[in-house]
Design a protein. Structure first.
Length: 360
């Protein structure tokens, strides 16, 4: 038996319950979790913004130690420290063939297959985003395990599985921030803070953070922001005032709302790049006029998992963690227990805090 935070149905509150895990079958491994980050995507899964079969154990940003492996597993062994990859690429589909593993057609397959049962009644449980990290232990496909490089604390390494890979990739792959460029980041939650740190590593010049909560200023500045703005109707105008009247070279939106995407676009200079990282609902519609698309010459792009190849990016990020250039622990605003996840969800709904980390 292992304890887990179970989502009984979409829209229902989480329940802390005992669950039963099977032995890992062929190509699968069992992992004892060290920590799991509480990400806004988990909230989106719980309320139906993102699709997830239920009942389910959520949590997709995790790190831990392999305790058992199934038949045919050769990539990891018991005792290995790993980071969970919630979107493991298959290497065989059309997108993997194009060198775009972040778009892998098979990445979400594990989330649609039951992986465990409730101890109380034997009912089937699905793994949130295929990983089910809100539990003391989980069973996942072996390809969902990323070996953790030496020199990175195991608990803090959980953040590498989503917030950091996403923020790093948004800066270095999607937006391709160059040294000296001005960057504005909208949203200073876990992904936004990781994006700020990644932009600082990239050598950004003016680095502006925007958030609805003025309490986030200290967090944003500690992550590398040179300026902080409380979100308002004139945010784009104030960004232009901080960037010589032109707008930022790069705007990165980490909220996922039509209004903030539109603000990010308007805060970008002519010829600049606007990158959307935040996950919004299908009813969030953003509009542009045909004339402004021509006149401003901006580039607007989406960003999935930072457009990252986790296997390639993780060792690079780990090197910056070891050197002190990328402070993982500084992204953690609260260390909590499994039973505190519902309160962390409430804080995200209210726009408070950065990244809560469940430590087992």
């Amino acid at each position: 038996m292992t304890r887990a935070a179970v989502l009984p149905a979409v829209g229902a509150p989480l329940e802390i319950a005992d669950i039963a895990l099977p032995d890992p079958g062929p190509g699968r491994i069992r992992v004892r979790l060290a920590a799991a980050g509480v990400c806004h995507s988990d909230l989106s899964l719980s309320n139906g913004t993102l699709r997830q079969p239920a009942p389910a154990v959520l949590g997709h940003e995790g790190s831990g130690t392999v305790t058992a492996v199934g038949e045919g597993v050769t990539t990891v062994a018991p005792g290995d420290r790993i980071v969970l990859n919630w979107a493991p690429s298959c290497g065989n589909c059309h997108f993997c063939g194009l060198g775009e593993p972040w778009l892998c057609a098979a990445a979400g397959a594990a989330a649609a297959t039951p992986y465990a049962t409730r101890a109380a009644d034997g009912s089937a449980l699905y793994p949130g985003l295929g990983t089910a990290a809100f539990a003391e232990e989980t069973v996942v496909p072996a390809r969902a395990a990323l070996p953790l490089p030496d020199g990175v604390p195991l608990a803090d390494a959980a953040l590498l599985g989503c917030a950091v890979l996403t923020g790093w990739g948004a800066v270095h792959h999607a937006a391709r921030v160059r040294a000296g460029e001005s960057v504005v980041v909208l949203g200073a939650g876990g992904v936004g803070l990781a994006t700020l740190r990644a932009a600082r590593v990239a050598g950004a010049g003016e680095l502006i953070a925007v958030d609805v909560s003025p309490e986030k200023e200290a967090l944003a500045r500690s992550a590398g922001a040179t300026d902080f703005l409380v979100a308002a109707e004139d945010t784009a105008k104030r960004v232009r005032a901080l960037t010589g009247g032109y707008g930022a070279d790069v705007a990165i939106e980490c909220v996922g709302r039509a209004a903030t995407i539109r603000t990010a676009w308007s805060a970008t200079r002519r010829g600049g790049r606007t990158t959307v990282v935040g996950i919004g609902g299908q009813d969030e519609q953003v509009t542009f006029s045909a004339l402004e698309l021509f006149y401003f010459g901006r580039r607007l792009s989406g960003c999935v998992y930072g457009n990252s190849d986790p296997a390639a990016d993780l060792p690079v990020i780990a090197g910056h963690v070891r050197s002190g250039a990328f402070d993982l622990s500084g992204l953690v605003t609260e260390r909590i227990g499994l039973e505190d996840i519902p309160a962390a969800f409430d804080a995200m709904r209210a726009g408070r805090g950065g990244r809560a980390l469940v430590v087992f």
